[in-house]
Ligand binder design. Structure first.
Ligand code: SF4
Length: 207
């Protein structure tokens, strides 16, 4: 968090999390040659690139794209919902695996076999909507020994999201509350804020 990073946002997602802040990715986007996307990405002159969505792994060309970016010397992060198989991902990429909490409305979509394909450079993220999500995330950390599998486990308080065309919307969870819960439990996890939403208007795109 805090490092400049180019986001390559791929369209489409099979999930409908209540708090989704990229609903536009369900419908927008144009088909483009991978070479064009790589050229445009490299033109930013920033070696850190995140391939995200939507759900990036839902696109058949994603692995070719990741490989091309890694070949070009980029550090590639893949942010994925955790609902699709991560095992075909280029091992040079760092996977950020979202484990969907009950408050997302999509926890039944977690593909638990993904945990066996994680590398120690990868990361796990929980978006926390309330105390019940927090308790669930703690249980999952213990049950699946998550801190032994990856370099970091993140807890991210959900940001307020208005109801959309396809998503229910959600109230925000105050970051202070989540921070206090984590401190009280001495939880071996890191607090993550969506920094761009504190710097720019939360609805601003392209930042
Ligand atoms: S996984 Fe959930 S939050 Fe992510 S793009 Fe899909 S619906 Fe939105």
């Amino acid at each position: 968090m805090g490092s400049p990073c180019v986001f390559v946002r791929l369209a489409g997602c099979p999930l409908r999390c209540h708090y989704c802040d990229t609903e536009y990715a369900f419908r927008e986007g144009t088909a483009r040659p991978i070479s064009d996307v790589v050229r445009e990405t490299l033109a930013f002159g920033c070696p850190l690139v995140e391939v995200t969505g939507g759900e990036p792994l839902a696109q058949s060309g994603v692995h070719e794209l990741i490989g091309a970016l890694a070949d070009a010397g980029c550090t590639v992060l893949i942010e994925t919902s955790g609902a699709l198989d991560i095992s075909p991902c280029d091992p040079r990429a760092i996977r950020i695996l979202d484990l969907k909490t009950p408050g997302s409305g999509e926890s039944a979509r977690n593909l638990w076999s993904n945990l066996d394909h994680l590398h120690e450079r990868d990361e796990i993220k929980f978006v926390i909507t309330d105390r019940a999500d927090y308790e669930w995330a703690k249980e999952m950390m213990t049950e699946h020994r998550l801190t032994e599998r990856v370099r970091a486990v993140f807890m991210s308080p959900v940001f307020e999201q208005a109801k959309g065309l396809e998503i229910r919307g959600t109230k925000a969870l105050e970051p202070r509350l989540l921070a206090e819960w984590m401190l009280a439990d001495r939880l071996p996890a890191r607090l993550q804020l969506q920094l761009h939403k504190f710097i720019w208007n939360p609805g601003t795109r392209g930042v």
